[in-house]
Write a protein that binds this ligand. Structure first.
Ligand code: XMP
Length: 317
């Protein structure tokens, strides 16, 4: 019978044995997986683990500051890097989803590598890879179905010359959460919805600009806060907003408007491999629509995504 305490004991012992007195560097994303992986490694080797948290300009509103603060509270040795401009420059003019992922993956590795080089004698790279990531990445390499290349798996350039440690690569998401709770990681991190590595980049359809990122952050913030204050957040596996690359006609007072459309998405799932759209109450959706259109400049229409996976995917890109 699997228990999280057993998993923790065995994993911490294995990590100690494997890593010894070597140094480990690890990128944190703010998500459950990397936070739990880092806490496990920290338990095994303490401050020989250095964590790097990069602001790629495509995180949720306020996420960078809040998450950095909770990592410090957890006692992790964490370096925050503001690389927003570097990412926006690299993404300028790119609309194709896989090209966005590649650009983000490349810049992330550059930024991360700069930080890793500052740590003397680092030998290992910690990663929060979980079992479903392993499966989807394998299928990307398969002959027929290219799904989506998850940038946080594999593909490391040789120059980094670090061996990879992935303490969670046999676990599903719900098991990762159990382990996280047993490690006493705050519920604000453990109960957090999954968020993709490329962040809002794959929710801004078409090309990415700092202005679009700001608009989507505001929309997403209203929706996520709304889910929380209406007691719906924990009934949803993942939620977010998508900025569509079209404009539609609206009317504000006596004025005709011609502005952006956003889609809201909320799904139920166990591991992200399949997902059902959630039947959010109409009243709640109505409230969100009003709030978003009234408060976010440049948006005059809100739609709700009623597609399940398959045949749709959770993200639009
Ligand atoms: P899809 O859109 O493939 O998403 O149904 C399944 C889950 O994976 C997340 N996702 C990603 N996560 N890098 C990530 O780290 C990516 O490129 C990526 N693409 C999708 C998505 O948010 C959902 O939880």
């Amino acid at each position: 019978d699997w228990t999280s305490d057993m998993f923790i004991d065995i994993t911490v012992a294995e990590l100690k044995e494997k890593i010894g007195s070597d140094k480990v560097v690890m990128g944190l994303s703010g998500g459950v997986d990397s936070s739990v992986a880092a806490t496990l490694i920290h338990r095994a080797i303490g401050d020989n683990l250095t964590c790097v948290f990069v602001d790629n300009g495509l995180l949720r509103k306020n996420e960078y500051e809040e998450v950095l603060e909770s990592y410090k509270t957890l006692g992790l040795n964490v370096i925050g890097v503001d690389a927003k401009e570097r990412f926006y420059v690299a993404l300028a003019g790119i609309s194709e989803p896989e090209a966005k992922r590649k650009a983000i993956g490349r810049v992330f590795i550059e930024v991360f590598d700069d930080e890793a080089h500052k740590i003397d004698g680092v030998k290992w790279l910690g990663q929060g890879t979980i079992y479903p990531d392993v499966i989807e990445s394998v299928s990307v390499k398969g002959p027929s179905a290219t799904i989506k290349s998850h940038h946080n798996v594999g593909g490391l350039p040789d120059f980094m010359k670090l061996s990879v440690i992935e303490p969670l690569n046999t676990l599903f998401k719900d098991e990762v959460r159990e382990v996280g709770r047993a490690l006493e990681i705050p519920e604000a991190i453990i109960g957090r919805h999954p968020f993709p590595g490329p962040g809002l980049a794959i929710r801004i359809l078409g090309d990415i600009t700092a202005e679009k990122a700001k608009t989507l952050q505001e929309v997403d913030y209203i929706f996520i806060q709304g889910l929380k204050t209406h007691g719906l957040y924990d009934q949803v596996w993942q939620a977010g907003a998508i900025l569509l690359p079209i404009q539609s006609v609206g009317v504000m007072g006596d004025e005709r408007t011609y502005e952006k459309v956003v889609a809201l998405r909320a799904v139920g799932s166990v591991d992200g491999m399949t997902a059902d759209w959630i039947h959010l109450p109409y009243e709640f959706l109505g409230k969100m629509s009003n709030e978003i259109i009234n408060r976010v400049k440049g948006v005059n229409r809100v739609v709700y995504d009623i597609s399940s996976k398959p045949p749709a995917t959770i993200e639009w890109e």
